[in-house]
Design a protein around this ligand. Structure first.
Ligand SMILES: [Zn+2]
Length: 267
């Protein structure tokens, strides 16, 4: 959630007026209704690693406007520059290495505030390198997705990232190393159709929007009304599409426990 000078904010879900600090102190979750506000990639990494400490890598890979794409009145190159300034991130994902519960792990955390967390060539490349580093170091890999899907401004170059990341995950799996996918709100499009759904376990945050195409597109295609709560974590869990729903305050201990089980390394 955005840091504002005003100490108050309204919850997007229950509409209660709340003290921002109370939300931040509660893992950026509404203390009144348990609504999970969006976390930045950096805050996510801080919340997961031991003592909030980690080393960022691959941060020097810069996106390029390979197609000379015009996005409305602005070029994609301009949009990239604006987003880099606004978010102080080089791209929509951060790769980090550190420990969780003493277990060395690579985490790639996506950031929705950078072009909707969309997956272009650099996001795909960084996720692939994150996986490859974990494979090389023989350690688990975790992705926290928060993405609108493939980045339209990069066309087919974006779509190619789906295969590249999936192939890297297949090699990680062949090395018998764990991969856990965490799905935050929203996880949609090409990310859902590739690495986000390929975890040894896929765990979602409560009420997260998770899907491939949006509900309107599906309704128009199948010419049917969709059921209530369609594409939310709870619906997906009920229908076997995700393995568990984990509240943010339980996420870190949950992931540590899962890694211990996979690595056969009891406490
Ligand atoms: Zn609320």
């Amino acid at each position: 959630m955005a840091v504002m000078t005003n100490p108050w904010t309204r919850c997007n879900s229950c509409l209660k007026i709340l003290f921002i600090q109370d939300i931040l102190d509660n893992n950026t979750v509404c203390p009144a209704c348990n609504f999970h506000f969006r976390l930045s990639a950096l805050d996510r990494l801080k919340s997961l690693f031991d003592n909030g400490a980690f080393t960022v890598f691959d941060d020097n890979i810069q996106p390029v406007d390979a197609l000379g794409f015009m996005d409305g009145l602005k070029s994609y190159a301009q949009k990239l520059e604006e987003n880099q300034k606004k978010t102080r991130l080089s791209e929509a994902v951060i790769n980090a290495i550190g420990t969780m519960g003493g277990i060395k792990v690579v985490i790639s955390a996506m950031d929705f505030s950078f072009l909707g967390g969309s997956m272009g060539s650099v996001v795909g490349e960084k996720v692939t390198r994150g996986i490859e580093r974990a494979t090389k170091e023989k350690i688990p890999y975790i992705v926290v997705s928060c993405s609108g899907g493939a980045r339209m401004q990069e066309g087919a170059l974006s779509l190619m990232q789906m295969m590249k990341t999936s192939a890297a995950l297949a090699r990680h799996e062949a090395a018998r190393l764990p991969y856990i996918s965490v799905l935050a709100d929203p996880t949609t499009g090409g990310v859902t159709a590739s690495y986000s759904m390929l975890g040894d376990i896929n765990v979602a945050e409560p009420q997260a929007l998770i899907g491939f195409a949006g509900p309107r597109v599906i309704e128009q295609t199948i010419k049917e009304k969709l059921p209530k709560g369609f594409q939310r974590s709870e619906f997906l869990l009920e229908h076997g599409m995700v393995d568990d729903i984990v509240e943010r305050k339980r996420l870190r201990p949950y992931l540590i426990k899962a890694m211990r089980l996979f690595l056969n390394r009891p406490e």
